[in-house]
Design a protein around this ligand. Structure first.
Ligand code: F6R
Ligand code: MG
Ligand code: MG
Length: 365
């Protein structure tokens, strides 16, 4: 059976501040998607949140970039914005950058990750969702999952993974893409994806079968809007088991928290902390950035789950480490490398300050 798994997300208002989505907003989203399931548009759905981001996880048979599915998501976000406005939630409708839907939510603010595939006898999927960070946050985890044998032993000892994976990389500034084969092109790949504010891994494919293995949302909200309108808070869908990495190989990179851009006012580096969905409540200095992972088995498109993967106690140590890293980074206050370098703040608060100071600079010569 061919099935499409679509994850569309938007921040339509935060409670309190930018810390979490309000239960009434989630309830409205569930009503909207229940109706769509009732009338046969959706096979199944799951509504959840990561911090202040509303996450619509949907299965259907309309394919990727379906106007009907995108319109359903857009209308749901608009309807949830009404709830947010009625409660005077903070930043109600924040990620809905235009007033009218025009066929596809791409470029309109919400984040999108979608993949269409033939459902396997057992189809295991993991959905990663992050808050208070940007699209490139998945670069290192995806590299480790699909190209690093120290993380994914399957690359070494599982025959069906031994030929490796290919990485589709998007240049989010120049709006172009390039594909690399791992393992033989990993050095070239790393030159680009080591700069996650510029290059983001969009998709990963199994090289032997060319099957889709992972897809992420790569839009940069600030580039779309031309100004700072909140971080992308990206999502990523990963297929697991069999010829794809095992669940444990997908989750393993998150045991070693990395520094990602985002956090307070989208202008800082901070540790990406793996948490249970109920703990995706970024509160300290509006953070630190969070990642949640929920897992499903698909059964003819039905979402059997979710399992809250980072609720496991084996991620406690990573959380402790992330908190220590947060202390170390916070110590720097408004100084780099906690605060982002100027070039990366070009769409944030810097232009106004620089404009104001322009006339006061005097040549050193
Ligand atoms: C970061 C984020 C928050 C806000 C901050 C100021 O992605 O959403 O850190 O930038 O709370 O928010 P405003 O400008 O909405 O008052
Ligand atoms: Mg927000
Ligand atoms: Mg958010």
């Amino acid at each position: 059976m061919r099935i499409t798994l679509s994850v569309l997300k938007a921040d339509v208002g935060g409670y309190v501040g930018h810390s979490v989505s309000h239960p009434d907003v989630l309830a409205r989203a569930k009503e909207c998607l229940a109706e769509a399931k009732g009338n046969g548009l959706l096979v199944d759905y799951h509504v959840t949140k990561c911090g202040d981001d509303l996450q619509l996880i949907m299965t259907h048979q309309k394919g990727e970039e379906s106007e009907k599915i995108h319109k359903l998501a857009w209308d749901t976000f608009v309807s949830c914005t009404e709830v947010a406005k009625a409660l005077k939630l903070h930043g109600a409708g924040q990620d809905l950058l235009t007033d009218a839907f025009s066929g596809n939510v791409k470029g309109m603010g919400p984040g999108v990750a979608e993949m269409e595939f033939e459902e396997r006898a057992a189809e295991t999927v993991i959905i990663l969702m992050a808050d208070k960070t940007a699209a490139g946050a998945w670069n290192m985890p995806l590299y480790k999952i699909f190209a690093d044998p120290f993380n994914t032993i399957g690359l070494v000892i599982a025959e069906n993974m031994h030929d490796g994976f290919s990485f589709e990389v998007h240049d989010v500034k120049e709006h172009r893409k390039i594909t690399f084969n791992a393992p033989e092109e990993i050095y070239d790949l790393l030159v680009l994806i080591g700069a996650p504010s510029h290059f983001a891994v969009k998709a990963v494919y199994h090289r032997q079968s060319n099957k889709i293995a992972a897809v992420s949302s790569t839009q940069r909200l600030s580039f779309i809007a031309g100004r700072y309108v909140g971080k992308d808070d990206p999502v990523c869908i990963i297929r697991s088991q069999g010829e794809f990495p095992a669940v444990g190989e997908i989750l393993e990179p998150f045991t070693a928290p990395i520094l990602v851009e985002g956090w307070m006012r989208g202008s800082h580096q901070g540790p990406l902390m793996p948490v249970a969905v109920c703990d995706s409540t970024p509160t300290r200095f509006d953070g630190p950035p969070r990642v949640v992972a929920i897992g499903f088995q698909l059964s003819s498109g039905k979402l059997v789950g979710p399992r809250d993967m980072f609720a496991d106690i084996s991620f406690n140590h990573a959380r402790e480490q992330a908190n220590v890293m947060a202390d170390i980074m916070r110590r720097h206050g408004p100084f780099e490398p906690h605060r982002l370098p100027l070039e990366q703040m070009e769409y944030t608060t810097m232009p106004q300050v620089m404009n104001k100071l322009q006339g006061r600079f005097v040549s050193l010569d």
